[in-house]
Write a protein that binds this ligand. Structure first.
Ligand code: ADP
Length: 846
């Protein structure tokens, strides 16, 4: 499976290399040699970007440079489609689709470098700018100060220890939205000495002029164009030790990054090098990297703000929740699928069960006890006597993996970095490297040694205190008590281990772990996030290998440490941070007047009207039109895989197009992250979702059709973007709104509408099933429509999800405070206005 991923990524990379070498490199070199200062943007004036060039039949620059064209079939399809009266668009677009070849900016052509015009002032450092409202940080002393207040040990995953009743893993993050929290649960730092390696010393920092980067490495400038028309560019992040070109002052003044108590130095350096301003006090920021926060706090995010968490990820980030979620799936699908987490008992609830298991093993087993929501080995002990187990406080008691795989006699665990860029559709990436952390004392299974934390625990925070701990300064060496995962693979390969199979089982573990929390995260995300733009999350997943090399999931960190106290840490985390920020896709907040935007674009030399500058909230809305809801319902209820593979892509809705373009844009930035969900092979995981998800089906179909030829998929999407299909948004009442088109769906092939279209348009439906966690979600679900609702209640404390403002006036027909998980109750909704004429059937779409 991994081969396939690697192949997929390799194909993309080679396309990008081609593009950079062949397109950007060539074009940029041309520009920089002949027109210094004009840059690539100047070439937009070249009419090769204009459709009329294509109409002339002249090859145009893009054609020479491996540009691809919309296929005949699609052209005719669109030509047909455009003849329908309901579709209106500019004559220019009509011409593009009727005449072949039509030049457009596909995968290989649409990366622009914005030149620095004489009109545009470039802020080299954030300190070049002054803003009375904000304390802008950029100097090294600022970094140092900030690091002292907020750092932690480099293994210092941040995980709050909330009160018992808390739904969240980290209460202190609450404050990160409005103030810089001082209540870090991490020790004051001495740990992160990144500055002493390379960052705090300007003299030693590599400053590579962007022009030479473009020529030598094919990197674009400060902004990276989307693959698609009418999609604003993204900020291009450089490495923590590479000074980027900087952003024009008019843009940079809006690129505020709010520091939290845990923003790691490697992130801050990356941000400053990429043109961001670091601020301590501002409500106007566009990015932040902090601890997790309560779900309701996500409601305060503005559409253009992005945070490194999804609501609800404590469902996998807390050890007790993680177990409960995986145990639920284990019960349903068996140990073969989900038996990768050691048997766990959550006290006090599971006290009796633990007692029984204990007696069964006659006290010969070893157990490990852990606080349910802590990190860095805090409060962890390996025990074997009943009396050693505290009975009164909440605790996780887990079977101890007593025969771990040893290297040089020592136990180790793996830290894998996993990026989730979207929850529904689910998109998971795994970084191709990670950390291997060794215990500093050689392992013994002797009961008498159980108290030795340097032997049984592998946390860096613990082992660095050991006199036997040795650093490993070399990222490629098998030495010391920390290795990179890549080095481990090299070592294991030499030992004759099938590393590919091992990697595949790790990927399988990761996908299933994320899916175990998907339902709750998805519900809380829908309930609390104003825009899909606002969230992404990096997880640190810890895995132990036993003597048979079976991977065991130890825990999921929702704020994995990015502290980098050694060159080895930096070698792993530096490029990872750059890649993940690029994948997260930051855009310039929409705070500039249209005229200002136009002026900036023209100062760059960009004349192409299909290139906007600022964030467009329409691209990230979650509301669906009636047709879209109907399409979702249809596929979620009625479809086999064969059926949806056959026709789910035939007519794309504007919402489909928005999702697909984001995913394709994101994939171009994956760098060393490997996409592990969705791929052509991941449909087999669909059954583990609590409910069928339309988007996952659509992406399954998309991967199936285009993973072997992404270019074709990108061209198709671009042709739709040129019609502004992605900008068609629903307005209240179920209509769609767009400046360009009132089209409901966009055919992607000349075939007649698929059978399901009629089905889902006409299906008479009277009942709607909604899964929800709380009365808030229930209220949200019920509000749009009247009718009869089936509600799936979850036995979580309602207090955590309730908001006083949103009191539903819904009378449960039958309810019970002790309702078991997934019990279905009937709820009558009578007091809410009907917005839709025809209530539709949706099964578990919430
Ligand atoms: P923390 O979040 O505090 O790091 P972990 O669950 O990761 O807690 O446990 C800390 C360390 O304890 C791990 O790195 C690993 O070495 C060891 N450990 C944890 N659980 C087990 C287990 N079930 N069997 C063997 N060792 C374990």
């Amino acid at each position: 499976m991994q081969d396939r991923y690697l192949h997929e990524v390799e194909v993309l990379r080679s396309k990008l290399r081609e593009l950079r070498g062949g397109v950007d490199g060539k074009r940029l070199r041309q520009r920089s040699e002949s027109e210094p200062g004009a840059g690539f943007g100047g070439s937009c004036q070249d009419s090769s970007w204009e459709p009329k060039r294509a109409r002339d039949g002249s090859p145009g620059l893009t054609e020479n440079l491996n540009c691809c064209y919309i296929e005949d079939t699609k052209c005719s399809s669109y030509a047909q489609h455009q003849s329908e009266p309901s579709v209106s668009h500019s004559s220019r677009l009509e011409v593009m689709h009727v005449h072949k070849p039509s030049v457009h900016r596909g995968h290989n052509t649409k990366i622009l470098h914005f030149p620095v015009s004489s009109k545009t002032v470039i802020g080299k450092h954030s300190s070049d700018l002054h803003d009375d409202d904000d304390a802008s940080l950029s100097s090294d002393s600022d970094f140092a100060d900030s690091e002292r207040t907020c750092g932690s040990g480099e293994d210092g995953d941040s995980k709050g220890e909330p009160g018992e009743d808390s739904e969240e893993d980290d209460q202190s993050v609450l404050s990160s939205l409005t103030t810089i929290s001082n209540d870090s649960n991490t020790p004051s730092v001495v740990g992160e000495t990144l500055g002493s390696i390379s960052l705090s010393d300007h003299a030693h920092r590599k400053v590579i002029p962007v022009t030479s980067m473009i020529e030598t490495k094919g990197l674009p400038g400060c902004l990276r164009m989307s693959l698609f028309s009418y999609v604003p560019p993204y900020i291009h992040f450089t490495m923590h030790d590479v000074k980027g070109e900087g952003l024009p002052a008019e843009i940079q003044r809006h690129m505020k990054w709010k520091l939290s108590t845990i923003t790691p130095l490697v992130i801050r350096r990356t941000l400053v090098n990429s043109g961001f301003r670091l601020v301590r006090k501002s409500n106007d920021w566009c990015g932040t990297w902090g601890k997790h926060m309560k779900s309701l706090c996500f409601k305060t995010l503005k559409e253009f703000q992005k945070i490194n968490h999804f609501p609800g990820t404590f469902q996998i980030g807390r050890k007790d929740r993680l177990w409960k979620n995986l145990y639920r799936l284990m019960t349903k699908f068996g140990k073969k699928e989900f038996g990768f987490i050691p048997r766990t008992y959550v006290l006090p609830q599971d006290s009796k069960l633990l007692r029984q298991a204990w007696e069964k093993s006659c006290g010969k087993e070893k157990w490990i006890i852990k606080p349910p929501a802590s990190a860095r080995g805090t409060g962890i002990k390996v025990v074997h006597r009943w009396a050693q187990i505290p009975k009164k406080r909440p605790l996780v008691v887990q079977k101890y993996i007593s025969q771990p795989y040893l290297i040089n006699g020592s136990k180790f665990d793996l830290r894998l970095y996993v990026l989730v860029t979207n929850i529904n559709p689910l998109r998971i990436y795994i970084y191709d490297d990670g950390l291997v952390r060794f215990a500093s004392v050689k392992y013994s299974s002797d009961m008498a040694s159980l108290g030795d934390r340097y032997m049984h625990l592998t946390n860096y925070s613990i082992n660095k205190m050991s006199s036997q701990y040795t650093q490993n300064e070399d990222a490629t060496a098998c030495q010391g008590h920390k290795w990179t995962v890549k080095t481990l693979w090299t070592y294991l390969e030499k030992e004759g281990v099938d590393v590919t199979a091992l990697w595949n089982s790790l990927v399988d573990l990761v996908i299933k772990t994320i899916i175990s929390g998907e339902s709750s995260i998805n519900q809380l995300t829908r309930a609390n996030l104003v825009s899909r733009y606002c969230s992404y999350e990096l997880f640190g997943i810890d895995v132990l290998l036993d003597e048979t090399l079976k991977p065991w999931l130890l825990e999921v960190n929702i704020s994995p440490s990015l502290h980098s106290s050694s060159p080895l840490d930096l070698a792993v985390k530096g490029p990872m941070v750059r890649d993940l920020l690029n994948m997260a896709g930051y855009q310039v907040p929409n705070k500039l007047l249209i005229a200002q935007q136009e002026e900036i674009l023209s100062s760059f030399g960009v004349k192409d009207k299909t290139i906007p500058l600022c964030f467009d909230k329409r691209l990230y809305i979650t509301a669906l039109s009636k047709e879209e809801r109907n399409k979702h319902s249809f596929y979620q209820q009625n479809c086999s895989r064969e059926e949806y593979l056959e026709d789910i892509l035939k007519h794309l809705t504007p919402d489909d197009v928005r999702h697909l373009i984001q995913s394709e844009d994101e994939l171009t930035q994956a760098g060393r992250f490997l996409k592990i969900f969705p791929t052509t092979a991941t449909h087999m995981y669909h059954e583990f979702f609590e409910a069928p998800r339309y988007y996952n089906m659509m992406f399954d179909a998309w991967e199936n059709k285009y993973s072997g030829n992404r270019q074709e998929g990108i061209e198709l999407l671009e042709s739709l973007c040129l019609q502004k299909a992605h900008l068609v948004i629903p307005v209240p009442g179920g209509l769609t709104k767009s400046s360009a088109s009132q089209s409901k769906t966009f055919p992607t092939s000349p075939s007649p509408p698929p059978a399901h279209e009629e089905k889902y348009e006409t299906q008479p439906v009277v009942e709607r099933k909604v899964q929800c966690l709380s009365s808030v979600a229930l209220y949200r679900a019920a509000r749009p429509r009247s009718g009869k609702f089936s509600v799936v209640l979850k036995p979580y404390p309602r207090s955590a999800y309730l908001t006083r403002k949103a009191k539903p006036s819904i009378t449960p027909a039958k309810t019970s405070s002790s309702a078991p998980t997934n019990s279905v109750i009937e709820v009558q909704s009578s007091s809410h206005p009907t917005l839709d004429d025809h209530p539709v059937k949706e099964v578990a779409s919430y």
